[in-house]
Structure formats: structure tokens, C-alpha cells
Design a protein around this ligand. Structure first.
Ligand SMILES: Cc1cc2nc3c(=O)[nH]c(=O)nc-3n(C[C@H](O)[C@H](O)[C@H](O)COP(=O)(O)O)c2cc1C
Length: 283
């Protein structure tokens, strides 16, 4: 491990912010340090991905646990600039901005697909009906596995000096994106991920997380305890926003906005219809 004790303490300060309590018993390993250094990257250099980057990310992704070893996810790596631009333009129309620069700037847009299509084919070729795929659990299973795979890929990319940002905004255009990349039935883009070389001159700092007692319970869920930790989290949150020159907004304000604005959904309010039209029955 190369980081000094002081550097690791400084990292913990960034992860939780100065005001909040933080654990003093972290078992530091190089991997833990790398995880705690994560930040989404929305500013990329124009460099192409290094040779082998996608294959490395996919090998890491495939090494994640996956439900019953069924491999119910796929990845569509969009590197064709014209297709990526068409996707960027379409998704930008679903949100109240003209452009989503990080999709345009990143050399690759990875589309993580929850994918029951292979399993359906294999089952039908065996002369049987994949009736289990009619259930919500199959939809969830493939979506969970896509997410776990993606996160392993993200960690691998970061360890190679690349940066990523997840793009849930792809679900705003779930129907259109499926058509644009020729997805078969019983599959959908769970989320996208822009990946590329971060432009260090424009990247953000680490976004603080709540103190652990807000989300960690031992043995029994302690409902309402989070309230004791809100004030300090808001302080850490504000300090981050000031550092990033972002407009003043509380974390609780963000929670309320996201929980109450259908506009904020940007089309995801239609997701159930789209995935059902794609063959998921969600029973
Ligand atoms: C499933 C998922 C979807 C996300 N979708 C978007 C998105 O559409 N656009 C975006 O800018 N960031 C997106 N993010 C990134 C989050 O905003 C980011 O992870 C969060 O603010 C915490 O910041 P950090 O990743 O820098 O720690 C997404 C993250 C996740 C996990």
C-alpha cells in the first residue's frame, strides 16, 4: 500500500466530510482505498480507450457473482461515434437540458442489458416454455446481475486510470434505445455507463456519503435513527456543493424533489409498459 496514514485519514474525511462521524477502524487495503476514492466522472479527455479496456472491464464484470450462474446480462459497447451521438441527442431530449456532454465526450458508452433472451432461446430450443421468465423475480434477477457486473467493470476501469459515470437516464428512452441497438425481446437496457480518460482539470471531488449509523443497522432496523444524522450530512453535502460551484440545495430537498416530480422521471414513468412490451410479464 502506498498511501500514508494521513492520506487515508484525509480520504475518509472526503468520503464523509469533516462534520460527520466516521469509522476509525477501517481495514485499509489497496482495494478498499480504491473503492473509497470513487467519484463519478462527467468530464472526459478525447483520447480513445486504451487497448484492452473493454475486454478488461468485461472480464471483471463476468467475475462478479451472478444469480444461479445463468449469466443473464449482456453488454453493448457503443464506440461508433455517430451512433453514440444519436443516442446522446435522443436522451438529451428526455431531460431539461440541450446536451449531456459526458455522453458526447466519452469515447465509449456501455449499455448494460438485463438479458433473459438467451435463456428463452435455449429453453425453447429444448422444446420447453420459459414460464419462470414471466415472473417479476426473473426481471429483477437479470437487472441485479447486470448491476453487479457493471459495478465490477467500474472498479476495474477506475483501477486502470479510467473514469465512469452510470447513466440511469438511458431508461428514459428504454423503448428507443432497445430499437437503436437491436435488442431482442426479453432484454432491456438497465442503465448506461460512460467511460473514458478523466479530464483531471475538470473532475469533481469525492461526493460525501451519510455517516454510517444512518444506513447501517445491527440485527434490527432502527427506524427513524437517521434523523439524528441529517444535520451533519447536510453540512457535508453543502460543503461539497460549494466546492463544486453548485447551486445551494439540501440533500433532503433532493430527496423530496426526486420523490415528487414526475417530470424528474423524464419518461421512466413508462418503463413498466416498455419492459412489458419487450416481453417481461412481471407477474
Ligand atoms: C444506477 C445509477 C444510475 C445513475 N444515473 C446517472 C445519470 O443518468 N446521470 C448522471 O449524471 N449520473 C448518474 N448516476 C451517478 C450518480 O449521480 C452518482 O453516483 C451519485 O451522485 C454519487 O456520486 P459519485 O458517484 O461521484 O460518488 C447514476 C448512478 C447510478 C448508481
Amino acid at each position: 500500500m502506498t498511501a500514508t496514514k494521513n492520506e487515508l485519514q484525509a480520504l475518509l474525511e472526503e468520503r464523509y466530510g469533516a462534520a460527520q462521524q466516521k469509522p476509525d477502524n477501517i481495514i485499509w487495503t489497496p482495494q478498499v482505498e480504491a473503492l473509497l476514492r470513487h467519484k463519478s466522472v462527467r468530464t472526459f479527455l478525447p483520447d480513445p480507450l486504451p487497448e484492452g479496456a473493454i475486454e478488461t472491464m468485461v472480464a471483471a464484470a463476468q467475475s462478479a457473482s451472478n444469480s444461479s450462474a445463468l449469466n443473464q446480462w449482456s453488454l453493448v459497447a457503443v464506440t461508433d461515434a455517430a451512433l453514440k451521438q444519436r443516442i446522446a441527442d435522443r436522451v438529451a431530449r428526455s431531460v431539461p437540458v440541450d446536451r449531456i456532454p459526458w455522453i458526447e465526450e466519452a469515447p465509449a458508452l456501455l449499455l448494460w442489458v438485463a438479458d433473459l433472451s438467451r435463456g428463452a432461446d435455449i429453453t425453447k430450443e429444448a422444446g420447453k416454455e420459459p414460464i419462470v421468465f414471466d415472473y417479476l423475480d426473473s426481471f429483477l434477477m437479470s437487472s441485479i446481475d447486470a448491476a453487479l457486473a457493471a459495478q465490477n467493470a467500474a472498479v476495474a476501469a477506475e483501477s486502470a486510470g479510467l473514469g465512469i459515470v452510470y447513466l440511469g437516464v438511458m431508461r428514459n428512452i428504454a423503448k428507443e434505445i432497445a430499437e437503436m441497438i437491436n435488442l431482442p425481446p426479453l432484454s432491456y437496457v438497465t442503465f448506461g455507463m460512460a467511460v473514458g480518460r478523466p479530464d483531471a482539470s475538470r473532475t469533481s471531488s469525492i461526493r460525501p456519503r451519510p455517516a454510517q449509523p444512518m444506513i447501517l443497522h445491527h440485527n434490527q432496523y432502527d427506524q427513524g435513527r437517521y434523523r439524528d444524522y441529517l444535520k451533519d450530512y447536510e453540512e457535508a453535502w453543502q460543503a461539497f456543493r460549494v466546492r463544486q460551484n453548485m447551486r445551494a440545495k439540501t440533500w433532503q430537498g433532493s430527496v423530496v424533489e426526486s420523490a415528487t416530480s414526475i417530470d424528474y422521471m423524464g419518461g421512466r414513468e413508462n418503463l413498466r409498459d416498455t419492459v412489458m412490451a419487450r416481453g417481461f410479464k412481471l407477474k
